[in-house]
Design a protein around this ligand. Sequence first.
Ligand SMILES: [Zn+2]
Length: 344
Amino acid sequence: MTQITLRRPDDWHLHLRDGAMLQGILPESRDFARAIVMPNLVPPVVTGDDARHYRDRILAALPEGQAFEPLMTLYLTETTEAVDVAAAHASGLVKAVKLYPAGATTNSASGVRDLEKVRGVLETMAEIGLPLCVHGEVTDPAVDIFDREAVFIERVLAPLRQKTPGLRVVMEHITTRNGVEYVKNGGDDIAATITTHHLIINRNHILVGGIKPHYYCLPVAKREEHRLALREAATSGGTSFFLGTDSAPHADAAKESACGCAGCFTATNTMPLLAHVFEEEKALDRLEAFASLNGPAFYRLPTNETTLTLVKRETPSHFPTRIETGAGPVTVFDPGFPVHWAVA
Ligand SMILES: [Zn+2]
């Protein structure tokens, strides 16, 4: 097969940042009709009003002709008010609430330390069917960074879901076999996003032969067995797994530093990379489920009417090495192998 046409995909986990960075990188999501936009700005997007203003800034930064709908999220804090969340949801503005354990990743200092303090919000969300997106890592310094997802499931997620029946949860950017198994066996109220880069790299890519800051992200890539489990889940066609790129731009100076920021920037080339991965797994016919169908089904939104066509060419595709933005250059994720797929 040299060509495949899908319903236009959506990105169910995207960082668009703000200001000059937003302006510079928003066009790179051109292959997607919609995206769940992460709220971890500084200061974070906490209230319905914050989300409305952020949405306006995104729409103002959108280039002419790019059809793109930002799906807004709220950053859950210990002072978030259930009535505000419910109103933002009822107005159609907000499609999810994001739980960051305090200190887990970029700009997560305002996150939740004590889940009991957000119990009322979670119960309201369960009632109205508003999904909770979770960054699934514990922040306990005693837990090894490679174990933080597995420990989160045991210590936080399973008890949280047990205490809040009906709460719909998206476990974001899963990176482990443990995550895959938990979601697979977790019933209809749980799903997971999987990133492009976690289907391609394992922890060796970050650490062998010199440290590669552009492969460093959170949750950090794990052992090869976990990458293989993610590939199996993504290409299985199973409705609980869908694409969330977690494309997370940082200016190169902030990545290539003694204390580099976490995030891979994959918006530019995600769809060709996924075509490559799905073809390798002999699952090209399931790419549409992963990128275009399973996400809207979980979020109870219509699928897109427009389409996206990918073609496979003799010569490898050329993707930009970096995107120039007013906030500095942003390096595009390099899979480390030639990719022959391109968006037509
Ligand atoms: Zn993220």
